[in-house]
Write a protein that binds this ligand. Structure first.
Ligand SMILES: CC(=O)SCCNC(=O)CCNC(=O)[C@H](O)C(C)(C)COP(=O)(O)OP(=O)(O)OC[C@H]1O[C@@H](n2cnc3c(N)ncnc32)[C@H](O)[C@@H]1OP(=O)(O)O
Ligand SMILES: O=CC(=O)O
Ligand SMILES: [Mg+2]
Length: 568
């Protein structure tokens, strides 16, 4: 990792400290200069980021070390479980702060990247909430991140618009819009375009800090009825990580001179270790919480990752690991019980189906699957759920309205006392189902196409009529890795072949040919499929499993200015 600070070797470009931005002491911007970005990267905003980084960097480093230690324990045969040291928190009778009236009703939430047109479409979609995503749905290029901040600022100010010249269409906000939540990146991701004291900034503190700094006042006034801003917090593994967020929120509230508890956040339970920490996470964030959410796709990814050294816990084909599996149902039920016991929302997860425009019968079938999934969620006691696409909102809203009556949520009425009996064994139960060569092929085809999109700045894509993002692609990657590592037998289609490097090599070759046929030679040549194939193949065959696909591939999307100056 190169840590050279802000002076670039290209004499023609001149040395520009701070990359042309007006930076405070110790801060260096290595991303492209842009006048619009400079309105976000103001000296005051950067001072706030530097303050957060300096206050919390050691806590974050420690938390990441703890993740490594936990990984070593699981890799030596240990299993995640409830922590005896925090039994008093789980048994205690405490509740979280009252839910803010502005977000009492969260029946349907739409999610999407912080892209300008999508932000407008999502806010106008009829959903109660829009979660604007810097995480699973966004490829964190400098351009995406900074434009995302510009877009969010315009959205909060109500001035956002977008002109689609080709279609002669102008997009503007409706009078009634969804409430905005923002999901910063996970703790593990650095921001390599901003250096603070010689180190890359912590990605999520950049996302949070810039958004908070520029929008807290307007948001509380126009959207939050005195509360806010609102956040979603991803990929945590332990309540110590939630404690850092709580401290970040308190620091931000002090800086802004607003009341403690103004900022509210929903934590995604999307790692296997975190399911044993749900009470503890809510406890840490009890003044700032608005619930938990079942981040089902990362959760499946995390199951494989946590058990990477446990060949007795291999997953069946990815398509078979749904909410019907005992370990997934137990996770959702326990999340509902925990949230309602603590007085906050229990949010459901994302069905991956999206509308299929050119095939009415397939479209109807996809819609039925979504409705079935949402019916299961509301009957189980979820207060609301996620939609990947505006076209799904009316149907999902109808399912929730029909099953919830007039109440904005089920927090007080659906206690799920039965779920108190859920055990560690329930939460860890091995999913059932077969493994097939088609499963291996699909993982490969989807994984390569997703990485190709991500490398070119797109973080969520429609593939084979499903939404794919960083979380779903991770499942494909780690499942291939696991099957290769243990040379599993693919017996589900009666072929009984073992997964070897040779077989995988052949599958990669054939799937690349299929991708080329499907996307067309021209697009294939212009795209980054070959680079993606190299990255994905290396990751699937690596002797040691990479922690995150996006962390490993991050250097490929870092562009320092002037071009070619050193990266991470
Ligand atoms: C595991 C997790 O973390 S889930 C959460 C993270 N993932 C996501 O948020 C994915 C969200 N969904 C999406 O990104 C998109 O729906 C995709 C990429 C899957 C499909 O998008 P598209 O190919 O554009 O779909 P499609 O062509 O059907 O879109 C039709 C219209 O709906 C809009 N649209 C589609 N999805 C969304 C969305 N999630 N938010 C807002 N608008 C949307 C499109 O912009 C388009 O608008 P237009 O008619 O004005 O041009
Ligand atoms: O973030 C959501 C998930 O399912 O992962
Ligand atoms: Mg996720």
């Amino acid at each position: 990792m190169s840590l050279s600070l802000g002076y670039y070797g290209d004499t023609a470009m001149k040395k520009i400290p701070g990359g042309g931005y007006d930076v405070p002491e110790g801060v260096d911007i290595r991303g492209r200069y842009d006048e619009e970005f400079a309105k976000i990267l103001t000296k005051d905003a950067l001072m706030f980021l530097a303050d957060l980084q300096r206050e919390f960097r050691n806590h974050v480093k420690y938390a990441m070390e703890c993740r490594k230690e936990a990984k070593m324990r699981y890799n030596s045969g240990g299993l995640p479980g409830f922590d005896p040291a925090t039994k008093n928190v789980r048994d205690g009778d405490w509740v979280c702060a009252e839910v803010p009236p502005a977000v009492a009703d969260r029946k349907v939430e739409i999610t999407g990247p912080v892209e300008r047109k999508m932000i407008i479409n999502a806010l106008n979609s009829g959903a109660k909430v829009f979660m604007a995503d810097f995480e699973d749905a966004l490829s964190p290029t400098w351009e995406n991140l900074m434009k995302g901040q510009v877009n969010l600022k315009d959205a909060v100010n109500g001035t956002i618009s977008f002109e689609d010249k080709a279609r002669n269409r102008v997009y503007k906000l409706n009078d009634q819009t969804a409430k905005l939540f923002v999901r910063p990146r996970g703790w593990h991701l650095p921001e390599a375009h901003i250096f603070i004291d010689g180190e890359p900034a912590i990605g999520c503190l950049v996302d949070f800090g810039l958004y908070f700094h520029h929008n807290h006042a307007a948001f509380r006034k126009t959207q939050g009825q005195g509360y806010g801003p609102f956040f979603y917090l991803p990929k945590m593994e332990n309540s110590r990580e939630a404690r850092i967020w709580n401290n970040v929120f308190e620091r931000a509230e002090r800086m802004a001179g607003i009341e403690k508890g103004s900022i509210r956040a929903t934590v995604l339970i999307e790692t296997l270790p975190a399911v044993f920490q749900m009470d503890e996470i809510l406890y840490e964030l009890r003044d700032h919480s608005v619930g938990l959410n079942c981040g089902r796709w990362d959760y499946i990814f995390s199951y494989v990752k946590t058990f990477q050294a446990h060949p007795d816990r291999l997953l069946p084909d990815r398509v078979l690991v749904g909410m019907g599996q005992h370990f997934m149902r137990s996770y959702s039920d326990l999340l509902i019980r925990t949230c309602h016991r603590r007085g906050v929302h229990a949010m459901g997860g994302m069905a991956a189906q999206i509308p299929i425009r050119d095939d009415p019968a397939a479209n109807e079938a996809a819609l039925e699957l979504v409705k079935k999934d949402k019916l299961r969620e509301v009957r189980a006691g979820h207060d609301g759920t996620w939609a990947a696409h505006p076209g799904l909102i009316p149907a999902i809203m109808e399912v929730f309205n029909n099953n919830m009556g007039d109440t904005p949520n089920l927090i007080k009425t659906m206690k799920r006392k039965d779920a108190a009996l859920i055990t560690e064994e329930d939460l860890l139960q091995i999913p059932r189902g077969v493994r097939t060569i088609e499963g291996l092929r699909l993982n490969t085809r989807v994984g390569i196409q997703y990485v190709a999109a991500w490398l070119t700045g797109t973080g969520s894509v429609p593939l084979y009529n499903l939404m794919e993002d960083a979380a779903t692609a991770e499942i494909s990657r780690v499942q291939n890795w696991q099957w290769l590592k243990y040379g599993v037998e693919l017996d589900g289609d009666g072929l009984g072949v073992r997964v070897t490097t040779e077989l995988f090599g052949k599958v990669v070759e054939e799937e690349m040919a299929r991708i080329e046929r499907e996307v067309g030679r021209d697009r294939f040549k212009k795209g980054m499929y070959k680079e993606a194939c190299k990255i994905f193949t290396r990751q699937c065959t690596a002797p040691v499993l990479d922690d995150f696909l996006t962390l490993n591939a991050y250097n490929c999307i870092v562009v320092h200015h002037p071009r070619g100056s050193s990266k991470l």
